[in-house]
Design a protein around this ligand. Structure first.
Ligand SMILES: CC(=O)NC[C@@H]1CCN(c2c(Cl)cnc3[nH]c(-c4cn(C)nc4C)nc23)C1
Length: 284
């Protein structure tokens, strides 16, 4: 039967709460086990008064609506259900066995071509799935990526996703590093903003920091607007080619997602067998 029955009514009492996994944007996330099925999941808890205070209840409702409708994709974190009590709202999320991407990246400093290209190819597949459903993620960055038990990437945190085409209404907060020129210039934007962010992510995976990072916001804006991109010689020729093709000022010139699996950088670094990156041979 499905890991978490979609129609069953859940309450906090349906779960044994485990360790705190960390903090999302507006709440805490705990490891939890569904008492009825023994299934392990991640329970995201948010205070209703916090959602109201930050005026993000609309964004939050959109997150639920979008993520619930995303049925199976191996690189998108599942939202199985949600429930609330008098003061809190709870999201029942898929548990990602290897945790947060940004922590792995900070610990490793940067990724090699094989690992980075596998991650980028998986993220491109997830974005392609979203775009086909007319959804743009709009907040692609290492902090919003998780890693599953088999090392696969899981796109999560759809708090900023919208249906295309859209012009941003909510003021942005957090890092500007991933914003494309059309959003920095607050122009209308479409799914191609995710292509720009994928280019920034590719650069950050390989170099360890985002390409337009500056201490001051204004300086970052300027570098993004001018696409003031300097790719260090440590980055392979093939990777640099993909980064340049994604970080195009004009959205329509950005490299299409469905051509990414055939890009030389991805092809050259694809392991002979899937799951062979960990060196062992496994029957699938
Ligand atoms: C995208 C996002 O919301 N990130 C912040 C939340 C923190 C834990 N969240 C998890 C969520 Cl939402 C789902 N699965 C997770 N697994 C882990 C985790 C596993 N290990 C071994 N260590 C950790 C940590 N964390 C999660 C997400």
């Amino acid at each position: 039967q499905p890991p978490v029955q979609a129609l069953r009514q859940y309450s906090l009492d349906s779960f044994e709460i485990g360790r705190k996994l960390g903090k999302g944007k507006f709440g805490k996330v705990y490891c939890a086990r569904d008492k009825a099925t023994g299934y392990v999941c991640a329970l995201k808890v948010m205070e209703k008064k916090e959602l109201i205070h930050f005026k993000v209840e609309k964004q939050f409702r959109r997150e639920i609506e979008i993520q619930s409708n995303l049925s199976r994709h191996p690189n998108i974190l599942r939202l199985y259900g949600h429930f609330h009590d008098s003061s809190r709202v709870f999201l029942i999320l898929e548990y990602a066995g290897q945790g947060e991407m940004f922590k792995v990246l900070r610990k490793k400093g940067r990724f090699g071509d094989v690992l980075a290209s596998q991650y980028i190819c998986q993220i491109a597949s997830a974005l392609s799935y979203l775009h086909k459903k007319h959804i743009i993620h709009r907040d692609l960055k290492p902090e919003n990526l998780l890693i599953g038990l088999d090392g696969e990437v899981k796109l999560s945190d759809f708090g900023w996703s919208v249906h295309t085409p859209s012009s941003r209404r909510t003021t942005m907060c957090g890092t500007l590093d991933y914003l494309p020129p059309e959003m920095v210039e607050a122009k209308d934007h479409d799914h191609k903003v995710d292509l720009w962010a994928l280019g920034v992510l590719t650069y950050e995976f390989l170099v360890g920091n985002p390409p337009f990072e500056e201490p001051a916001h204004k300086a970052t804006y300027k570098r993004i607007s001018k696409v003031d991109l300097k790719i260090p010689p440590s980055v392979s020729v093939e990777a640099a080619d993909l980064i340049r093709r994604l970080l195009q000022h004009q959205p329509e010139r950005r490299f299409p997602l469905d051509q990414i699996p055939d890009h030389p950088w991805i092809v050259k670094n694809r392991p002979l067998w899937p799951n062979s990156s960990s060196g062992e041979l496994r029957s699938n």
